[in-house]
Design a protein around this ligand. Sequence first.
Ligand code: PMP
Length: 437
Amino acid sequence: RTMSSSLDAYWMPFTANRQFKKAPRLLARAEGMHYWTDDGRQILDGVAGLWCVNAGHARPKIVQAIQAQAAQMDYAPPFQMAHPQAFELADRLAKLAPPGLNRVFFTNSGSESVETALKIAIAYQRARGEGTRTRLIGRERGYHGVNFGGISVGGIVANRKAFGTLLAGVDHIRHTHDPARNAFSVGQPEHGADLADDLERLVALHDASTIAAVIVEPVAGSTGVLIPPQGYLQRLRDICDRHGILLIFDEVITGFGRTGQPFAAQTFGVTPDLITTAKGITNGAVPMGAVLVKQAIHDTFMNGPEHLIELFHGYTYSAHPLACAAGLGTLDTYADEGLLTQAGELQGYFAEAVHSLRGCAHVIDIRNIGLVGGIELAPRPGEPGKRAFDVFLDCYERGVLIRTTGDTIALSPPLIIERGQIDQIVDTLRGAINRVA
Ligand code: PMP
């Protein structure tokens, strides 16, 4: 079936989408590891939609849960009310989380989870009598969604330059990419705690008593799949502990099995104070996010002096019944099929496949952990991102969906992928890289 309606009314305010109307790529159906296009072509999904469909598409338990919930109760207000599935999902998420993070606040997206975590961090500092702690620290090349707080702590200058200064009192830890040591490259090969020393500089610069929280992605996804060296995240944890600063891990991409454990915090053995999630929480089927919060933070809000706790926060669609149903169906599917540890099982095979691209034209670095990979190409002079985008187009024409972040090709396939499908993705990619100029 081809599309009959016009594309004229549709708008996505994203500069890179300007070309899209000339060559729209229309997806009509999805199942398991595949999409089907509007004109009937089958596409192997190498990025789990947009890093979210971790269990593969249209999984029966998730579909059925959403259908049943829609018939049972479409909506329930989250203020002064709740519904049993919200409690059940929170409980099950807390059981998956690292120790101590057993309070769950529901949002509708990764961007909302980030805004929520930043607000909780600042309000918590005030509630415990540390009201001067209002500064936030992100990281160069961090990505934390598109809301105002998220682009402020985010490390992509291009995403915020149109909007002036944004949140006041935000700083960014320098990103030190040290290829000689493979730091931020192939899965944590070297000890690299010293690369986090820049946080010490910021603490000294501003005085620890002004800093509320540090937010980082354990593995940066949307800025090119950057894997921290051994010791880096632990060093951030140590500095935060020493200075009373909260540590937030943005696990919107890394959550739900991407690195071989439910959360990357567990893979790296570092426990933050808050974790932001979204995407894989409902397998992409219904918009949802959640912030996992340490019990002690929750207790301060619940038991601290009321005049210090003035926090109004919550969304109309927090803990939406359809999203909670989808979330429960998703966690069932992950559990039934052992998917939250599957990336660890496939990591070796996946690593070997993506590293077989070493030596291809233009390939300058290859990074991987669990079932996420980044293949960085040398940019075409004067055309940043274009070479990788041409690879994306070539792969799409040949039936494989990948993603580009700048000139890095990102892979994050559904965790149900089979070895032969890993080969298909990498072989298609090899052909595409060899074809592009
Ligand atoms: N944080 C991270 C680490 C992300 O990767 C993303 C989305 N790619 C977001 C936040 C924002 O999530 P959303 O698009 O659902 O708002």
